[in-house]
Design a protein around this ligand. Structure first.
Ligand code: ADP
Ligand code: MG
Length: 338
């Protein structure tokens, strides 16, 4: 009989990293969400070799106090919730306190930060789960997280990574998903030293145009609907712009990109009369509701959610889009500045 042992923290983190950091793009997503939660107005991302070699995210957000730097890399340590009640109405993108701990356990990580109003910056380095002492550093107000050599210490996982080009494509997609929902944040993306996206603060329509193409915006109808505490805003492409794949379906719940069966079904239904069944509608839709009405703590990557009143939400989504498609067939252009 084998005796039961408690796993060492570092191994626990590496196991958790298996769920949270599936590939470079998932590490990037965690970092971008942290920057947004910190109220950043400007985010710069540097990627090298598809993100396998390097992902660096710099923001001008609220920063982290020097004393808190080790905690930021600790598992289940978060500034975002402190009670079950807060969990149930969480409005930030992160809250599980395992993003940075997971990334740090499978890479060489440097976290540098200077809180707003502070004169000095500090940094902490984590290599293979070992934290080095906090040291003074040079950095403007805000935070930079630098992740180097993803999976250098877990070679079995490294083997599952695809080519640099494929991993980069996933990173770019993660960047775009975040950028689409935050036109008020200036965002820059560089790959191997070359700027691949430069997005100024802009209107939603311009941001959608920059990411999904001007032709998507030109072929779109505006959705702007509100009922019983639910709102749905954004753009739905006219049926002529439909796609053979689902890669132009962007659906957000309270600012979070999700893949949700209820929403997909409702939107599909809304298009039913106007779209051939093999085609997929294209849309960028932002759904908001009281955070208490949706459980975002379903999966470590938080890409799935559960709605408390899924029936009512299905109806709301269906009607909001159906009426726009019915009224606007062929007529509308989305000259929105919402
Ligand atoms: P979570 O986002 O779930 O709280 P993380 O491990 O991603 O967990 O981050 C841990 C903590 O570190 C956050 O709660 C936050 O206080 C701090 N933090 C991480 N990244 C940033 C950032 N870019 N700016 C300010 N604070 C940050
Ligand atoms: Mg986080």
């Amino acid at each position: 009989m084998k005796r039961i042992r408690k796993l060492p923290d570092h191994l626990v983190n590496q196991i958790a990293a298996g769920e949270v950091v599936e590939r470079p793009a998932s590490a990037l997503k965690e970092m971008l969400e942290n920057s947004l939660d910190a109220g950043a107005r400007r985010i710069t991302v540097d990627i090298a070799q598809g993100g396998i070699k390097l992902i660096r995210v710099n923001d001008d957000g609220s920063g982290i106090a020097a004393d808190d730097l080790p905690l930021a890399l600790d598992r289940h340590a978060t500034s975002k919730i402190g009670s079950l009640d807060e969990l149930e109405r969480v409005a930030t993108l992160g809250f599980r306190g395992e993003g940075l701990a997971s990334v740090a356990s499978v890479s060489r990580l440097t976290l540098v930060s200077r809180p707003h109003g502070e004169a000095h910056a500090h940094q902490i380095i984590a290599i293979d789960g070992t934290l080095h002492p906090v040291e003074p550093a040079a950095h403007p107000e805000g935070t930079t997280v630098e992740m180097v050599d993803l999976y250098f210490n877990t070679p079995a996982r490294r083997k599952f990574l695809k080519s640099e080009a494929t991993e980069y494509a996933h990173c770019a997609a993660a960047f775009e998903r975040v950028a689409l929902a935050h036109p008020g944040v200036e965002m820059i993306l560089r790959h191997n030293g070359k700027v691949t996206a430069r997005l100024p603060v802009q209107s939603l329509a311009d941001r959608v145009g920059a990411i999904l193409g001007r032709d998507f915006v030109d072929a779109s109808l505006i959705v702007d609907s509100e009922a019983g505490g639910l709102t749905l805003r954004g753009l739905v492409a006219s049926p002529t712009f439909s796609k053979a794949s689902r890669d132009a379906q962007f659906f957000y719940v309270n600012g979070r990109f999700v893949r949700d069966k209820t929403a997909q079904h409702a939107l599909r239904q809304a298009y039913r009369d106007v779209l051939h069944h093999e085609r997929h509608p294209a849309y960028a839709l932002f759904f908001t509701l009281d955070p208490a009405g949706v459980d975002v703590n379903v999966h470590p990557t938080k890409v799935e959610v559960r709605f408390r009143e899924s029936q009512a939400i299905h109806q709301f989504l269906f009607h909001s889009v159906h009426k726009v498609l019915a009224a606007g067939a062929g007529e509308g252009r989305a000259a929105v500045d919402a």
